[in-house]
Design a protein around this ligand. Structure first.
Ligand SMILES: CCCCCCCCCCCCCC(=O)SCCNC(=O)CCNC(=O)[C@H](O)C(C)(C)COP(=O)(O)OP(=O)(O)OC[C@H]1O[C@@H](n2cnc3c(N)ncnc32)[C@H](O)[C@@H]1OP(=O)(O)O
Length: 75
């Protein structure tokens, strides 16, 4: 799950900024158990950019209910 969040955050940065990027830190809150064999909904958005640094927030929710996030990440 953490790798998935890292990947999605990295992809958002790759798409929204010029040049290559790499993760400096990844903070993940595991707030609820993620279900197996169910679709997941993953959202990532850029919180702010300062110079060459980009801060990203991401969540994973149950893809069917879309209810409160099971995981939250910031990079
Ligand atoms: C269709 C399109 C598809 C595209 C698909 C694309 C998919 C992409 C998917 C991608 C998936 C992506 C998955 C992956 O990416 S996977 C790769 C995982 N990441 C790495 O391997 C990074 C390894 N580390 C480094 O390269 C260096 O340590 C970095 C570059 C991070 C820093 O370098 P360095 O150590 O030489 O430091 P600096 O002197 O240049 O410092 C620069 C600034 O950064 C600040 N700082 C440093 N460390 C941290 C930290 N831990 N937390 C907070 N801040 C930190 C530092 O204070 C300074 O701030 P300021 O003083 O300037 O304010």
């Amino acid at each position: 799950m953490a790798s998935l969040l890292d990947e999605v955050c990295g992809e958002v940065v790759e798409r929204r900024t010029s040049g290559r990027s790499r993760t400096a830190y990844l903070h993940v809150n595991f707030r609820a158990i993620a279900p197996l064999n169910r679709p997941l909904q993953i959202e990532a958005r850029i919180r702010r950019s300062v110079g060459r640094k980009t801060y990203v927030d991401a969540t994973i929710r149950d893809g069917e209910t879309g209810l409160r996030p099971m995981l939250r990440a910031s990079t």
